[in-house]
Design a protein around this ligand. Structure first.
Ligand code: SAM
Length: 353
């Protein structure tokens, strides 16, 4: 067991068989060794800095029907909303005052937000806050659409691959294409975005082999960011009675991803904080180095309901900022308010800051 962890630490690599063995046989002592090594690796790459991103959840309309998701098209109970361009700009303004130098614009796949509207939003944010980075997370769109938004000033794009096992993907995403989602990630990279892949831990019927598929996929893709969180059931979906992903499994996977991809930006997700009061802190101690406090207006927060028990739905943006900074400091880390680009990009000077 130690040999595999040492190999991960020294070579940032492991074979399929080694990863399966590791996940199937990890005892408490080895797990704590794994987490120490992941922490050590992050200290070498990013130090004790934790990057802040202001999250703007601007629409919960979605044309997709992902089985696990509370804002899926088929959920008639969802109370739908869209923020106006002005409301989004106000969130950006509040975020800038709170020191967030990256905005994450996230939403369901909502055809209302055409390329023209997205270009208008991106252009206006960049005109007012030229030094701030924009991360988009709007799901699958055409190459031309991604390109127009990039040319308008978007910097990064989060598109979790969700699961790297085709059969599981098909079961969870009726009518969607496994190949198209992966193709989108390649298109985004080709256009010039910093890309973020990612997956859920503890999906119904997910096996160790499936998780290892995810690990090997992200190792090969080498995304600049990787969003990993536990699956959490939502009461209005077909998966409502399933078990969710555990804190332990999610932390273990975060630690392995830090070792496989030492330079990756790795969020301690809201979902992790939702299954355990100190889930995000434990994630940060296992190699995670990004948090995404919410900037959305409080009156829409609980409508962006992807899963049950989501935290931080009532707090004003300033309160979220204070709360998260306190948590990061108490865990022994420091908030970093810069743009927080991927360190490899900064080294290769792909950025024109
Ligand atoms: N529509 C965009 C997309 O498809 O990438 C972004 C929004 S989508 C709701 C954001 C992420 O929420 C998904 O990538 C998925 O991994 C996560 N998510 C959705 N339902 C979830 C659940 N029940 N538990 C945990 N995470 C969930």
């Amino acid at each position: 067991m130690r040999d595999i962890i040492d190999k991960l630490y020294n070579e940032n690599n492991a074979s399929r068989e080694e990863l399966i063995y590791l996940l199937d046989n990890l005892d408490e002592e080895s797990r704590s060794y794994l987490i120490d090594k992941a922490h050590d690796t992050r200290m070498k790459t990013y130090g004790d800095k934790v990057y802040m991103r202001g999250l703007i959840e601007f629409t919960n309309y979605c044309k997709r029907n992902c089985e696990y998701c509370g804002i899926r098209r088929g959920n008639k109970e969802a109370d739908r909303y869209r923020l106006s361009v002005e409301e989004i700009l106000l969130c950006a303004e509040i975020g800038d005052k709170l020191g967030y130098k990256t905005y994450v614009l996230q939403g369901g796949e909502d055809d209302y937000f055409t390329d023209d509207i997205m270009v208008e939003i991106i252009t206006k944010i960049k005109e007012r806050f030229p030094k701030n980075a924009i991360t988009l997370s709007l799901g699958e769109r055409s190459y031309e659409s991604y390109e127009r938004m990039f040319k308008a000033g978007a910097d990064r794009y989060l598109l979790r691959h969700e699961t790297a096992t085709k059969e599981l993907y098909k079961k969870l995403h009726p009518g969607a294409s496994f190949e198209n989602r992966r193709g989108c990630l390649l298109n985004l990279r080709k256009i010039g975005y910093q890309i973020g892949a990612g997956f859920m831990v503890g999906l119904p019927n997910q096996t160790t082999e499936d998780l290892v598929n995810d690990l090997l996929y992200v190792k090969e893709l080498t995304p600049e960011m990787c969003g990993i969180g536990p699956f959490i059931p939502h009461k209005d979906t077909s998966l409502k009675d399933e078990k969710g992903g555990t804190l332990e499994d999610t932390i273990t996977i975060l630690a392995i991803v830090r070792l496989l991809l030492p330079n990756v930006l790795l969020p301690a997700t809201t979902a992790l904080g939702s299954i355990n009061p100190i889930g995000r802190e434990l994630g940060i101690k296992a190699g995670a180095n990004v948090v995404m406090p919410n900037l959305s207006p409080t009156d829409v927060r609980d409508k962006y309901s992807l899963y049950d028990g989501k935290i931080c739905t009532g707090d004003e943006a300033a309160e979220c900022r204070r709360c998260i900074e306190g948590r990061i400091n108490r865990a022994g880390f420091q908030v970093e308010v810069g743009r927080g680009d991927n360190i490899q990009w900064v080294k290769e000077e792909k950025l024109c800051l």
